[in-house]
Design a protein around this ligand. Structure first.
Ligand code: PMP
Length: 291
C-alpha cells in the first residue's frame, strides 16, 4: 500500500506524521471519505467541494487547488491499483508546537489513503440493523458545527461506544432540542405515508453526500420527499427506516429503541433505493484509469 503525504508516496510502514501535528494533538483538521466503484471515483467533485467548505469553516487554507486535490486522489488510487475501494483524505493544520495556537502551524499536512472499508457485517444489508438512541447529544452550530467534517469525532465515538454497549449496531443521536439528527457516521431517513423524510441540515448533521443522492433518486422515482424536523415518536411510528453514508452505503434499519420497524425486514422503498443507488454507483464517477 502506498500512502500520499504532502505530494509524495510512502509505503504504509513508512507513512508517518509528526507527533507535533495539530491534527493529532488537537483534532485540528478536516477530512473526507470517498468511495471508488468500478474503476471510478464516485461524486469526486462534490467530496472535494465539501472538503474545501469544511476547511473554510475552520479557517484552514488547503495548499492545493480543488483540481490538484482531485488529481492527488486519483493518483493515490492508481498507485494502489484501486478498482473498488474507500479513500480517506485528511488535511490538518500541520506541525506546530505544544500550544494550540494555529498561527504556530505554518503548513497544512495532507494525506490520502486508498484502501477498503467494511463498517458492518455484510448480512445486515439483507437483514437490517438495530439502532438505539444514545445519551451523547449533537452540539449546536455555535459549537463545532456538525456540518463541518472535522477531525473532532469524539462525540460520535462516545455515541458508538454507548450503542455497542447496549447491543445495538448503531447509535441514533438527538440535538439539544430532542430532535433526531443522524447516527455516528450516517444520516438517517424514515418513510412514513410513502414520503421519504430526513432531518434538515439545521437540526445538526453532516450534509451527507449519500443523503443528497438519495433525496435526488427518490424524487426521480416520483416519491415525495421532505426535509423535516423530527422527534423520536416520528421514527418509532415510521414504516421504514434506513441510514446512509459513504462507508455504510444504504443500510436498512429494522429496530429502533426496541420498537420493530415494519415487518422487521428491509422495506420495499428502501430496497428500491438500494437498487437504484447501486446502479448509479456502477455507472458514474471520475475515471481512475482513463484510456
Ligand atoms: N454524518 C457523519 C457524522 C458522517 O461522518 C458521515 C460520513 N461521512 C455521514 C453523516 C454521511 O455522509 P456521506 O454520505 O457524505 O458519507
Amino acid at each position: 500500500m502506498k500512502i500520499y503525504i504532502d505530494g509524495l508516496f510512502y509505503p504504509k510502514e513508512e507513512a508517518k506524521i509528526s507527533v507535533f501535528d495539530h491534527g493529532l494533538l488537537y483534532g485540528d483538521g478536516v477530512f473526507e471519505g470517498i468511495r471508488a466503484y468500478n474503476r471510478r471515483v464516485f461524486l469526486l467533485e462534490r467530496h472535494i467541494e465539501r472538503l474545501f467548505y469544511s476547511a473554510k469553516a475552520i479557517n484552514l487554507s488547503i495548499p492545493l487547488s480543488p483540481q490538484e486535490c482531485s488529481e492527488a486522489i486519483l493518483e493515490t488510487c492508481r498507485q494502489n491499483e484501486i478498482e473498488d475501494g474507500y479513500i480517506r483524505v485528511v488535511v490538518t493544520r500541520g506541525v506546530g508546537d505544544l500550544g494550540l495556537n494555529p498561527l504556530h502551524c505554518h503548513k497544512p499536512t495532507i494525506f490520502i489513503i486508498a484502501d477498503k472499508i467494511s463498517l458492518y457485517n455484510p448480512k445486515i444489508y439483507q437483514q437490517g440493523l438495530k439502532i438505539r438512541t444514545v445519551s451523547t447529544r449533537i452540539p449546536s452550530h455555535s459549537s463545532v458545527s456538525p456540518a463541518i467534517k472535522s477531525l473532532n469525532y469524539l462525540n460520535k465515538i462516545l455515541a458508538k461506544i454507548e450503542a455497542n454497549l447496549s447491543g445495538a449496531d448503531e447509535g441514533l443521536m438527538l440535538n439539544q432540542l430532542d430532535q433526531i439528527t443522524e447516527c455516528t457516521s450516517e444520516n438517517i431517513f424514515i418513510i412514513k405515508n410513502s414520503t421519504v423524510m430526513t432531518p434538515p441540515l439545521s437540526a445538526g448533521l453532516l450534509p451527507g453526500i449519500t443523503r443528497e443522492t438519495i433525496l435526488r433518486l427518490s424524487k426521480e422515482l416520483g416519491l415525495k420527499t421532505e426535509e423535516k424536523e423530527m422527534i423520536l415518536y416520528d421514527i418509532w411510528t415510521s414504516e421504514e427506516v434506513f441510514i446512509t453514508g459513504t462507508g455504510a452505503e444504504i443500510a436498512p434499519v429494522i429496530e429502533v429503541d426496541g420498537r420493530s420497524i415494519g415487518q422487521r425486514l428491509p422495506g420495499e422503498i428502501t430496497l428500491l433505493l438500494i437498487k437504484k443507488f447501486r446502479e448509479l454507483t456502477q455507472r458514474t464517477g471520475v475515471e481512475i484509469y482513463p484510456s
